[in-house]
Design a protein around this ligand. Structure first.
Ligand code: PQQ
Length: 249
């Protein structure tokens, strides 16, 4: 439970890993369908379209995190996350790689970038993440990124599963995830060391755990919404309506 007293950095790390093992969205049924080749092309498009909103908001979230720190060293360490996503003059960033994915899946880029067709739950969940980083303590803002500790395994599973099962997926359009395999561990390890050093009381360690739980919920509800709309067929007004209902080969 939430009120277990964590008396050391080691106990904190064990508690965080337990949260990841029991609540990370790798466990969500929608991911089992996505990675197991059980979705049709339109359903995969809906996933990529909605995830674009998460991707494109991450650098805004990271700018908010930076704004919480007077400490120059922490800002400096966090800054590369914005570059990873936005790129730089002459170098491609994660958002451009995500657009390669949506383009490769046959979605119109202007439509994706407009975010017009995303689910209401996607917008609410992603905005809640930005608000959380603005309103909670700087420690909690950093802690809420800790889901990334668990992302590399999921990305490995996704790259292998999607390449194996979908004839409309190729290594080029999966380059976003390939790149994250090296970026995410660096970021996650910094955040983990940060919370282990800076959460010095049982109360602060509980705050760190709750920040991670909050974030697993941000990720989980986005997949609940995709499942409801595109697997169970309850597409809300205004949201993307897939045309390509062909099953994978
Ligand atoms: N999470 C962050 C963050 O909280 O700062 C940044 C990222 C994630 C990414 O850049 C990702 O690509 C990403 N991908 C997944 C995924 O594909 O399941 C999950 C997460 C995550 O755990 O929040 C991130």
């Amino acid at each position: 439970g939430r009120d277990i007293r964590l008396n050391s950095a080691e106990e904190l790390e064990a508690a965080l890993r337990h949260i990841g093992a029991t609540r990370y969205h790798s466990l969500h049924p929608f991911h089992k369908l996505l990675h197991g080749g059980k979705l049709n092309k339109g359903q995969v498009q809906a996933w990529a379209l909605n995830r674009y909103y998460y991707q494109s908001t991450i650098p805004i979230k990271d700018a908010v995190v930076i704004s919480r720190f007077r400490d120059r060293a922490t800002r400096l360490e966090w800054r590369h996350r914005i570059e990873d996503h936005d790129g730089d003059v002459g170098s491609e960033g994660g958002i451009e790689r995500w657009i390669k994915l949506t383009e490769g899946l046959g979605l119109d880029t202007a439509y994706v970038e407009s975010t017009e067709g995303i689910l209401p739950a996607t917008r609410f969940a992603v905005e809640a993440y930005v608000h959380y980083c603005r309103e909670k303590s700087p420690l909690e803002a950093i802690a809420s990124s800790l889901t990334e500790l668990f992302a590399p395994n999921l990305h490995e599973e996704r790259i292998a599963g999607m390449l194996e099962h979908y004839d409309f997926v190729n290594p080029d359009i999966m380059s976003y995830f390939k790149r994250r395999l090296t970026q995410a561990p660096r970021d996650a390890n910094f955040a983990l060391q940060y919370v282990k050093t800076h959460a010095t009381t049982p109360e602060q360690r509980a705050q760190v755990c709750n920040a991670l739980i909050f974030k697993t919920n941000v990720l989980w509800v986005q997949l609940d919404a995709l499942q409801h709309a595109y697997v169970e067929g309850h597409i809300p007004p205004g949201a993307f309506v897939p045309k390509e209902t062909r099953k994978a080969s």
